[in-house]
Design a protein around this ligand. Structure first.
Ligand code: GLV
Ligand code: MN
Ligand code: MN
Length: 400
């Protein structure tokens, strides 16, 4: 039987790996000690649940049921400063559904926690490699913002790593997640059944000028890389105006100014440029505008520009049959309090859609806050989501 208490206790236990900040924040980025310790704990919980834990080369952790099975899960790494539910919820809900199903002699359910969904090294890196969207060799040379390569970081897995996990054993993938936006919370509904996940592009851009003395270098003679970034940002927002929709988003979220000192004209600025939309053509148009605008600014201000690799994922639609199962379950468990909706956040489900039918459900995020220590969801919404997931997976609904 599904046990909300056991589910909530496991969720709480997982939060303690990397617990940080006020409230329920976590700091558990991919391949850090708290991330790997959490994975070891999860592997032990999988064993107790009668599942066979297996790590692949990326550190994706599978808890395998015997024979063909439905795969449930998400990720258990976090943003550099993140919330306790992003990813963790889908993994622990999967564990509870798989465990309850085994106890009740129900359908075979396997569990997964993907690694580096939060993109320390790229974009949903663990599931991108498992699904064949990125080779391990390509992934290994990606670096984080401190210059550490993925190959160096994943060495922390040591002898946990086993053989590749064959995707052919899974009949489909269902991921439960917090919404990470304001929609459900604003309208007071409990469940969102996802229709599609938007596409993303992400790349690092470096502007280089001339490092110089901040007291003696006349403004007219400066080649200030930070001024270049500031001008680029303002002009980009202008240029996007006729291209974007209210759903399109773009973010410069990481900036590294060199050498980052009060009395030095910055010689270099390295920044992340990320943009998301449901229309691949619009993503391409935005890419052209970004490139031409940064080139233009660079030549006006005497800077040079270098582009890092363009990473990204295409928009994907959810599988109609799995989605129908979630809708039917939502209607039973939260009648009049659910809706269908697109996902503006990225998820491992995007990568898995290459391999098998995929679907997703959301529960509300209080205040629409996520990727922040304040991220939270009411317990009754967490449990409603668990029940919808269990029902859609064909697992007994009786509650202990
Ligand atoms: C994943 O968390 C994302 O950036 O959407
Ligand atoms: Mn997530
Ligand atoms: Mn996230």
């Amino acid at each position: 039987m599904i046990s909300p208490d056991r589910f909530l206790a496991d969720l709480e236990r997982l939060r303690h790996f990397g617990a940080a900040g006020v409230g329920k924040g976590v700091v558990r980025p991919a391949y850090t000690a708290p991330d790997v310790e959490a994975r070891d704990w999860l592997a032990a919980r999988m064993t107790e649940a009668g599942l066979a834990p297996r790590f692949d080369a990326m550190g994706n952790l599978f808890g395998l049921a015997d024979g063909p099975s439905l795969l449930l899960g998400s990720h258990s790494d976090s943003q550099p400063t993140g919330g306790w539910l992003d990813g963790a919820l889908g993994v622990i809900a999967a564990l509870e559904v798989a465990r309850a199903s085994r106890e009740a002699g129900g359908p075979a359910i396997s569990v997964v926690s993907f690694e580096d969904e939060e993109g320390r090294f790229g974009v949903t890196t663990g599931s991108a490699v498992w699904s064949g969207g990125l080779s391990l060799a390509e992934a290994d040379v990606l670096t984080d913002h401190d210059g550490v390569s993925l190959a160096q970081a994943r060495a922390i897995l040591g002898d946990r790593v086993g053989p590749d996990i064959d995707p052919a054993q899974f009949t489909g993938f269902v991921e439960m997640h917090i919404e990470q936006g304001p929609t459900l919370d604003t309208v007071g509904e409990q469940i969102g059944v996802v229709t599609e996940i938007v596409g993303i592009r992400d790349r690092v851009i470096t502007l280089t000028g001339q490092q110089n003395h901040a007291g003696t270098t006349p403004m007219a003679l400066r080649r200030d890389a930070f001024q270049g970034l500031a001008a680029f940002n303002a002009r980009l927002n202008e240029r996007f105006r006729n291209v974007v929709t209210p759903q399109t988003v773009w973010t410069i979220g990481h900036v590294s100014v060199g050498p980052n000192a009060s009395s030095i004209v910055p010689g270099e600025v390295r920044f992340s440029m990320q943009w998301r939309d449901g229309d691949p053509d619009r993503l391409g148009r935005m890419e052209e505008i970004i490139e031409s605008t940064v080139q233009e600014i660079a030549s006006e201000m005497g800077l040079t520009v270098a582009f890092g690799p363009l990473l990204g994922l295409e928009p994907v639609k959810m599988d109609a049959d799995l989605r129908a199962r979630l809708e039917q379950a939502a209607d039973m468990i939260a009648p009049g309090a659910w809706r269908t909706m697109p996902s503006g956040a990225l998820h491992d489900a995007t990568n898995l859609s290459r391999l098998m039918p995929v679907a997703m459900l959301f529960v509300p995020s209080i205040g629409g806050i996520s990727h922040a220590f304040e991220e939270d969801t009411d317990e009754q919404d967490l449990v409603a989501g668990l029940r919808v997931l269990a029902h859609a997976a064909g697992v007994d609904q009786a509650l202990t």
